[in-house]
Design a protein around this ligand. Structure first.
Ligand code: NAP
Length: 485
């Protein structure tokens, strides 16, 4: 069971009481009152006496991300009153002078010994040292660390795993967007509880979710995307919309991942029970060695764009291939026996070759680096030609699989326009912009065109289905893309 502590930051005691009552109705198991966030410290704490979930009194110092800048004596006086008013737990920062005197001065409640790193996450051994110290002095240790990278996340998860072996209670969580997964999967982290805000917008720490979302995620699905950069990806919007439309409790998270962090992220997937992952540039190939199985389609392409976590076994798939197949099918374009040209020899081109070969088309490949076109031709029983030669060929299907024409790249054609003919089927895998110069020119010359967005949507629908067992409507994903444009 999730153990959710709502962290309440309200200006007055009346609002604090109301907030805790609402949080209780939403399923909160504990309440932390952030007294440092109140207009002034209340004289009379008796309105809180009737609240029947455990309460934590916190006067978070400015140096720990809070608002309290009063002296130690004022803090002690107030925390004593909180204990008398029935607070079961009080929060003491691990570098506070109160660490020396707390056992004498703050009897009658348990002590959370909290450590906050507002900048970064230290090494696993340092996290363990900090937490064991809190435990050794008889408190409930709490560590909240800012997670900036997948390495930070891995350090934190590993520390949680090792600390869990000690059978001691601790609270461990990550702050920031990359820390969100540690809050959602707090039990997998070994953490005694997870914090939540009352409502969206009422967060008391970066990466905190509201209590209703947290509770709804008790059995929720977590998926995400690994790659670098991820800023322009439509995948978070598409999948989050699909979760909402189908009424599935789910979160889609971004995991900006460096080359040396792919293995760590896969370990995190197993440890935190992250259900699925999209994989994008530059990891589609390198990720394969860290998976338990790679399905036949992905083997054939030599790239994985989707990872599915089946009870700890990570399975690599390639829904770019099935996405392309559905894009052609939706356009009513049958490629069997058709002379087809692929421009490019990278990951998208290989997915396209796998689809066209599987569908019985005759393959010609052209690429800036000819040796790569030749390699691809061998792998997919095709024929490699130089760009100059390709432009005078007679093709019934042409697919651009280079980034030429994509936003941020020169607005040019990847091949001379003479290659286009009326009646051809021409696709560009680029989806940003929707109509590339390549597609505009093909249309102007009478070709039938298929947008890269079609592939993007169908590959996402297949991925979502692989993760959740449910298929989202095309229109929901399309609308999500439009909202992002
Ligand atoms: P990739 O593996 O890096 O391959 C890029 C290919 O484009 C290579 O063949 C490369 O040639 C060629 N290329 C790159 N810059 C070039 C230039 N300036 N002039 C000529 N050729 C150039 O990339 P990828 O994963 O295949 O992605 C390619 C495109 O497909 C991207 O725009 C991506 O957004 C898009 N895509 C779309 C979808 C979708 O769902 N619609 C899915 C995947 C990818 P060399 O071999 O000579 O380097």
């Amino acid at each position: 069971m999730m153990h959710v502590c709502v962290s309440v930051a309200e200006a007055t005691l009346g609002e604090v009481v109301k907030a805790i009552q609402s949080a209780q109705q939403m399923g909160a198991d504990l309440a932390e009152v952030r007294f440092d966030r109140m207009e002034r410290l209340p004289e009379d704490l008796s309105p809180l006496k009737n609240i029947d979930i455990p309460k934590i009194a916190t006067l978070r110092s400015k140096t720990h991300g809070g608002e309290w800048d009063g002296g130690v004596e004022a803090k002690v006086r107030f925390l004593r009153r909180a204990i008398r008013a029935g607070f079961e737990l009080i929060d003491i920062e691990d570098d506070s002078p109160l660490m020396q005197t707390r056992n004498r001065e703050l009897r009658g409640a348990d002590h959370i010994i909290s450590h906050h790193d507002l900048i970064t996450t230290p090494s696993t051994s340092k996290i363990i040292e900090l937490m064991l110290h809190g435990s050794a002095v008889g408190g409930l240790p709490k560590g909240a660390f800012t997670v900036n990278t997948v390495t930070d996340l891995h350090n934190l998860v590993t520390a949680g795993k090792l600390l869990a072996m000690t059978n001691r209670r601790f609270i461990l969580l990550g702050m920031g967007e990359l820390g969100e997964v540690t809050r959602l999967r707090h039990q997998r982290m070994g953490s005694y509880l997870t914090y939540a805000s009352l409502n969206p917008g009422k967060e008391t720490a970066p990466g905190q979710l509201d209590v209703a979302t947290m509770k709804s995620m008790e059995k929720g699905i977590i998926v995400g995307i690994a790659g670098n950069p991820l800023d322009h990806s439509y995948s978070p919007a598409m999948h989050q919309s699909a979760f909402a439309h189908l009424g599935i409790a789910g979160r889609y998270l971004r995991f900006p991942t460096a080359e040396n962090e792919v293995e760590m992220l896969m370990e995190n997937m197993r440890d935190l029970e992250i259900n699925g992952m999209n994989v994008t540039i530059p990891h589609k190939e390198s990720i394969m060695e860290y998976l338990d199985k790679v399905d036949d389609a992905a083997q054939k392409v030599g790239a994985v764009n989707v990872v599915v976590n089946r009870e700890g076994r990570l399975i690599g798939r390639n829904t770019d291939v099935s996405g392309l197949a559905q894009a052609f099918q939706a356009a009513g374009a049958d490629v069997e026996g058709k002379r087809s040209l692929i421009i490019g020899a990278g990951g998208a081109a290989r997915a396209c070759a796998a689809f066209l070969q599987g569908a019985g088309a005759a393959l010609t490949i052209t690429n800036r680096t000819h040796a790569r076109a030749e390699k691809m031709a061998r792998d997919f029983s095709g024929h490699a030609v130089k760009l100059e030669e390709a432009k005078s060929g007679e093709f019934e299907v042409i697919v651009n699989c280079t980034p030429i024409g994509m936003e941020g790249f020169p607005s040019e054609l990847p091949i001379a326009p003479e290659v286009f003919r009326p009646g051809q089927v021409v696709m560009d895998v680029i989806y940003n912009p929707e109509i590339t110069p390549f597609l505009a020119e093909a249309r102007a010359r009478g070709a039938k065109t298929i947008l890269g967005k079609e592939m993007l949507i169908y590959q996402a629908m297949d991925a979502f289905e692989a993760w959740t067992g449910q298929r989202p409507p095309y229109e929901v994903m399309d609308k999500a893309i439009r909202a992002e444009q």
